[in-house]
Write a protein that binds this ligand. Structure first.
Ligand code: HPA
Length: 234
């Protein structure tokens, strides 16, 4: 069975999926951490690999950027591949100087002005939440690994670039400590399909202090985040 966007057979996708935005990161994760892995999707270059992490079967697949993209892939994985859990692993821009580059964030809820939920099912909610049970496990795993993690609300935005933008309201009204572009649609899909989702982010830039990571530094903090996600599924 294939879908319009995923050519894998149903058996080739594991019930647990780790989703970076960039499909090339899915390749790096498979090559670095998985054993006995196989490339199971190449449609539109959105690579998916299924293999084993310490004996646990897992699929790692890119989501692409933005809510329409992660919306398509997460919907198809949940609905047609019987995926139960998706952990998004991504980067975010901080809305507060209290967050440093490379800090790890575990998303509690996300606010979005996106109409993804409205377009899908007339849902007028603008806050979506991660799975409490998954977050609890991720939090405990972070403690075990001794990785400091901030549990926070974030802003899921449709725009990376803004000519004029005031994030203070999002910070004060909704407690959004950072911005990314995918978790609202992921959490929404998990909700309507009665599945579970979580999202771990690393801070790649700070919109207050204007500092940005270099790509090499980004790679190191990325690996810590992946280890946290992978250890959490064991
Ligand atoms: N905006 C949106 N998404 C992001 C950002 C940002 O500044 N940084 C990392 N992901």
């Amino acid at each position: 069975m294939a879908t319009p966007h995923i050519e894998a057979s149903k058996e080739e996708i594991a019930p647990v999926v780790i989703m970076p935005g960039d499909p090339l990161r899915a390749k790096v994760i498979a090559e670095t951490y998985l054993t006995d892995y196989k490339l199971v999707n190449q449609v539109r270059g959105m690579y998916a690999y299924t293999g084993y992490y310490k004996g646990k079967r897992v699929t790692v697949m890119g989501s692409g950027m933005g809510m329409p993209s992660i919306g398509i892939y997460s919907y198809e994985l949940y609905k047609f591949y019987d995926v139960e859990k998706i952990i998004r692993v991504g980067s975010c821009g901080a809305y507060t100087k209290d967050l440093n580059l490379y800090d790890l964030i575990l998303v509690n809820g996300c606010y979005s002005e996106s109409n993804y939920a409205y377009a899908e099912g007339g849902c007028e909610e603008h806050m979506m939440y991660a799975s409490d049970s998954m977050n609890l496990v991720i939090k405990q795993t972070a403690e075990m690994l001794n990785y400091p993690i901030t549990i926070a609300n974030v802003h899921s935005s449709d725009c990376f670039y803004h000519e004029k933008f005031d994030y203070n309201q999002l910070y004060h009204q909704y407690g959004c400590l950072a911005v990314e572009m995918e978790s609202f649609a992921l959490f929404y899909n998990a909700n309507i399909l009665k599945k579970r989702a979580a999202c771990i982010l690393t801070v790649s830039d700070n919109l207050v202090t204007q500092v940005e990571t270099t790509s090499e530094e980004r790679q190191n903090s990325f690996l810590r985040m992946i280890e946290l996600a992978l250890e959490s599924i064991l």
